[in-house]
Design a protein around this ligand. Structure first.
Ligand code: GLU
Length: 324
């Protein structure tokens, strides 16, 4: 009888060990989130999200500054330094499909969407009132965002609609903060800034200078929306920045929160549910969070969602695509 018990015990231990061996990897305790430059909206909103979500889900989200969308995608899919990131919806779609500038590097598809966050506005900023149209940028020194930014993609699209390439300007690659200093010092004539408005760097510029936001005219806007359907028309209302007395017409893309494809499903679920179950608290900390909605989070997104995010949206009556 004793021998039988010992045998049963031994078998139980073997089964227990096998089960341990096959157990799912432990959920992460720390996640790193790539955002954008410190004077941008990604960093500001990302910091609010990280600080708010971390204690609620028991996972520390470290929010770090970065060059922006393309840098975040390579940081996540190639260098494996980011678990979470904010990216432009257009740039992530190019990366996922290996199109546009990702045609050379090859597709980066080891990431999934958690949710769309808010509209990012393509803002063409100058302090020179003689620059009245995008056409006036020809021959000028223009910041097109940081190296690896999504802003650089917007700049190429908009110059292209006006029959220009990057070679028709003298391009400068700088963070939003650095480009604000360059505008102030007269080192550059204009700067593209694709970011949620009001953007901290432009708010800062407006404290010392009259900000001239350059509009895209109706004719070119129609052509842009036709050629690049990932944009939506948008008017930056007068008064968004100190001293801005006229509306500016431009386009938006969608700031999107993504995660690496193998992020634990339960953690993905908790991140998304914490955001959308607490939009009031988040909006109190950053005005961009007041734009968060289940519809905006899920509409027009061309990259598969993380299964944990899809579970949350499905519980709220919205079906989103996941990877097969
Ligand atoms: N959308 C920008 C980019 O990827 C960054 C925006 C921001 O930092 O708020 O270049």
């Amino acid at each position: 009888m004793k021998k039988l018990l010992a045998l049963i015990l031994a078998l139980c231990m073997v089964f227990a060990l096998c089960a341990c061996g096959k157990a799912a990897p432990a959920a992460p305790t720390t996640l790193t989130m790539g955002t954008g430059g410190e004077s941008g909206t990604y960093y500001a909103v990302g910091s609010v999200l990280g600080n708010y979500i971390s204690p609620k889900i028991g996972v520390t989200i470290n929010v770090v500054a970065s060059g922006g969308s393309a840098k975040n995608l390579t940081g996540m899919c190639v260098d494996k330094i980011y678990d979470l990131a904010t990216v432009q919806s257009d740039v992530m779609t190019f990366a996922f499909n290996g199109t546009n500038s990702f045609a050379e590097t090859g597709k980066l598809d080891s990431f999934r969407v958690l949710c769309g966050l808010y509209a990012e506005t393509v803002q063409i900023v100058s302090v020179d009132p003689s620059i009245k149209s995008v056409a006036d940028l020809k021959g000028k020194t223009v910041c097109v965002g940081d190296v690896g930014s999504g802003t650089a993609f917007s700049a190429v699209d908009i110059l292209g609609i006006y029959g220009m390439t990057i070679d028709d300007i003298t391009p400068v690659y700088q963070s939003f903060g650095a480009s604000t200093e360059s505008l102030r010092d007269g080192k550059i004539d204009a700067a593209f800034t694709t970011a949620g408005a009001p953007t901290p760097s432009i708010v800062d510029l407006a404290t010392t200078n009259t900000v001239n936001l350059i509009s895209i005219d109706d004719d070119h806007l129609a052509k842009l929306l036709d050629a690049c359907p990932w944009y939506a028309a948008y008017t930056i209302p007068a008064g968004t920045y100190k001293g801005q007395d006229a509306d500016a017409v431009t386009v938006t893309v969608k700031a999107t929160l993504i995660c690496r494809a193998d992020l634990d499903d339960d953690v993905a679920y908790k991140i998304v549910s914490t955001i959308f179950n607490n939009t009031g608290d988040l909006a109190a900390q950053n005005a961009k969070c007041a734009e968060f909605s289940l519809e905006f989070a899920t509409e027009g997104i061309a990259v598969p969602f993380a299964a944990g995010a899809a579970k949350f949206f499905s519980e709220n009556g919205i079906t989103v695509a996941t990877a097969p």
